[in-house]
Design a protein around this ligand. Structure first.
Ligand code: AMP
Length: 281
């Protein structure tokens, strides 16, 4: 039977007990409104750890003042059902004051890898992400934590932070789960009307197009970027925030494909800001 825990103290007590019993704890931090992307992380955690702990917390410190914190979709009851089906043992579900009580003043900044891409249009976003994830690691005390490549820059920020701050655990990155037509699953897809969803498909199509050009030998980053942008600009009502190709590991800017690279895109479609990315061969 899945168990919901609301305080850090109790979650830490449970984690300590599990650790003393020699259990490997796998954790999956989420903001809830679970879909198959989240479920794939939980299934992997189930496969390689003894106990699976997820968190559901819509973290206010990673939202900007004019962003969608208030209307971010929530469905605890549905989430618990899905989590239970995926074999999750514990759900850490803290309140805002439990995570950020009065007087709270500590934040983590991961310098370089937080710059540019989403860091440019969402200035305090990765500071909020790094802070909440570090707190969740100290609360859930996992041996392994599972994150999706869907949020590729976030994955790199968390990998860097875990290494830099000597968190004694492993970060596992897992591939993006997509609809059959290529659309990346996201809780924010709930904001899209049918026609907006159709337009939003241009993101994954653009990435696929660039991928296949690269697979056929195109190495010039500006050419790949322009080709991809054209596909998105031809979709009505989609406004590109950024579309770039970066080094696949460091996320540094590159001008030519010489090794593992990543194309990353963010765009506004209706009320949603959507992101997607793919590896460039
Ligand atoms: P979120 O609830 O959006 O904060 O996401 C929680 C975790 O699920 C993060 O590690 C995301 O990268 C991951 N995730 C979200 N969407 C997908 C997807 N379509 N495929 C794989 N992982 C995903």
């Amino acid at each position: 039977m899945i168990q919901v825990i609301e305080t850090a103290e109790e979650m830490q007590r449970v984690a300590d007990r599990l650790r003393s019993e020699g259990k490997k704890i796998g954790c999956v931090p989420t903001m809830g409104f679970l879909h198959e992307g989240h479920i794939s992380l939980m299934q992997k955690a189930r496969e390689v750890s003894d106990v699976v702990v997820i968190s559901i917390f819509v973290n206010p410190t990673q939202f900007g003042p004019s962003e969608d914190l208030e209307r971010y979709p929530r469905d605890l009851e549905g989430d618990l059902k899905k989590a239970e089906e995926a074999g999750v043992d514990y759900v850490y579900f803290p309140s805002n004051v439990e995570m950020y009580p009065e007087g709270y003043q500590t934040y983590i900044t991961v310098e370089d890898v937080s710059q540019g891409l989403c860091g440019a249009s969402r200035p305090a976003h990765f500071r909020g992400v790094a802070t909440v994830v570090a707190k969740l690691f100290n609360i859930m005390k996992p041996h392994m934590a599972f994150f999706g490549e869907k949020d590729y820059q976030q994955l790199k920020v968390i990998e860097r932070m875990t290494k830099d701050l000597n968190f004694d655990m492993e970060i596992v990155g897992l591939p993006t789960i997509r609809e059959p037509d290529g659309m990346a699953l996201s809780s924010r897809n709930a904001y899209l009307s049918d026609s907006e969803r159709e337009q939003a498909l241009s993101l994954s199509r653009a990435l696929e197009h660039a991928r296949s050009l690269a697979a056929n030998g195109e190495r010039r980053v500006p050419v790949l970027v322009e080709e991809a942008k054209e596909i998105i600009n031809n979709a009505q009502g989609v406004k590109i925030d950024y579309l770039e190709i970066r080094d696949g590991q460091t996320l540094e800017e590159i001008h030519e494909i010489k090794g593992p690279a990543r194309m990353l895109v963010a765009a506004y479609v209706g009320k949603a800001r959507l992101i997607d990315n793919m590896s460039i061969p």
